[in-house]
Design a protein. Structure first.
Lengths: 413, 71
């Protein structure tokens, strides 16, 4: 019995460290959940929450006793010093912030990301979808990731920032530099990160100086420039803010679109239900997020004071990982959780997270996915897997195809 | 802010609301976002009470309070 536990602990450590161990995350999350809703890894000295209720409690009710900031973790580890530049960056990235600063900073972008603003952009977004789909040939295989999933968020970002679509690849070039400084950077990564942050901030300054006034309601750059005038943000933190939107909204949305379409290729009867009534797209969006979340695991949090989660005490200083993917298939919350069923009712999935850090782009993600699924279904085509192999990003945080060959076969689905 | 119609009493805690828009997305007849993108109740009688309770529970910020559980 004891050896079984140890074996599983090895498996957990391996899953966390090595992407080759992540060939079947759903099976891993199921095994993790079956150890109980809260698991302590001895090898990693970290906790894992995999139950729906437990994740819900942790994210919604425990906010005063949990920190999202890497600075808190550094404070728990004696002798770790974080440079002032990194500290400044961490203090601008919403997903690493705690209240009250988080609350105030998040409010700056509330209008930009609200439901009404997303609704306002719906026709534009449908236009993006149609433009992407027009580039594909009925009956011929195409890579859904390259042709659609990665295009749509890029178009949306450019539109929100008032940039030409041709600038989308340029936005991407700054991502690795920022990614390098989040987490545990080497001195080289930190230096490179600083350079990229300066470069990106210069680029945005140029954009701000050149662009015409307000692009539309909830125009992101205008909101940020206004916040700068009010003394809430600096030019460098505007750059971090925009980068945070790119980091938080690009891969996640692209991945979720792909995961949804992948699920449909595996469940033709569900695709049929959508083709019969394309207005089921909103339900299909929620189910595809529940069934295969592009964010599988939330970046770890630090417990500040002993925290009782459904009878398990997470001690002060503990590192906690939350598996949204596991919670989204918790049989205590969802009937027949391993099934992909777009007509599922009361689908209270946690794919957007929960609590004060609830996905800021959720309204946009919903509109974008809804329009994409609806337009695909409206063609009345069958959605089939292509003959070429699928490739996956087996990230610790994100799980999504990097290549998804599909065929839209004309005729009755 | 409470609803005018015959439904349960529904209140929004403006300090807690993060403007996620979840409530207005699922029950646009009951909830809407105001000029500041904070939720408010349009008509608490526009949906079955148990549905309002259910959507209230889905508020990520626990900003929705519903007076009585459904009978």
């Amino acid at each position: 019995m004891a050896s079984t536990v140890t074996d599983f602990d090895d498996q957990v450590a391996q899953f966390m460290a090595d992407e080759h161990a992540r060939h079947d995350p759903a099976a891993f999350w199921r095994a993790l959940r079956e150890t109980g809703p809260a698991y302590h890894s001895r090898a990693l000295d970290a906790w894992f929450l995999s139950g729906y209720d437990e994740c819900h409690q942790f994210l919604q009710n425990a906010t005063a006793r949990v920190s999202y900031s890497p600075l808190s973790r550094a404070a728990c580890e004696v002798g770790q010093v974080i440079g002032s530049f990194r500290q400044e960056l961490y203090e601008t990235l919403l997903f690493m912030m705690d209240p009250p600063m988080h609350t105030a900073t998040r409010a700056i972008a509330r209008r930009t990301f609200s439901g009404p603003t997303a609704e306002h952009w719906r026709d534009e977004i449908r236009g993006h979808v149609q433009r992407c789909l027009a580039g594909t040939t009925p009956g011929e295989e195409f890579d859904f990731v390259a042709e659609v999933s990665r295009q749509l968020p890029a178009m949306l970002m450019c539109q929100l920032l008032g940039l030409s679509f041709d600038d989308a690849p340029r936005l991407q070039t700054y991502v690795p530099g920022y990614m390098g400084i989040i987490g545990d950077p080497t001195p080289e990564q930190e230096a490179e990160g600083l350079r990229v942050v300066e470069e990106f901030s210069d680029y945005l300054s140029e954009v701000i100086a050149q662009r015409p006034a307000r692009v539309g309601p909830g125009d992101l750059l205008d909101e940020l420039v206004e916040a700068e005038r009010a003394g809430k943000l600096t030019r460098r933190s505007i750059a971090s803010f925009v980068m945070m939107i790119i980091l938080g909204g690009y891969d996640t949305l692209a991945g979720q679109l792909s995961n949804g379409v992948w699920a449909f290729t595996q469940h033709p009867e569900q695709w049929q239900l959508l083709v019969e009534d394309p207005d089921r797209a909103a339900l299909a969006v929620e189910e595809s997020i529940r069934y295969e979340s592009s964010i599988q695991l939330l970046p770890s949090k630090t417990v500040l004071e002993d925290l009782d989660i459904n009878g398990t005490v997470l001690p002060a200083g503990a590192t906690v990982w939350l598996s949204l993917a596991a919670a989204n298939r918790d049989p205590r919350q969802f009937r027949d959780p391993e099934a992909f069923e777009i007509l599922r009712s009361d689908n209270r999935h946690m794919g957007f997270g929960f609590g004060p850090h609830f996905c800021m782009g959720a309204a946009f993600a919903r509109v974008e996915m809804e329009e994409c699924f609806r337009e695909l279904a409206r063609s009345g085509s069958r959605l089939l897997p292509g003959a070429s192999p699928i490739a996956w990003e087996r990230g610790l945080i994100t799980w999504a195809p990097t290549k998804l060959p599909v065929v839209l076969e004309p005729g009755r689905a | 802010v409470s609803g005018a119609s015959t439904g349960p009493e529904v209140r929004i805690d403006r300090d807690r609301c993060i403007g996620s828009g979840n409530c207005a997305y699922w029950l646009p007849a009951v909830f809407a976002l105001d000029d500041e993108d904070i939720a408010h109740v349009v008509d608490a009688g526009a949906a079955p009470p148990d549905r309002i309770v259910e959507i209230g529970r889905q508020c990520p910020a626990s900003a929705i309070w519903v007076s009585s559980p459904p009978v």
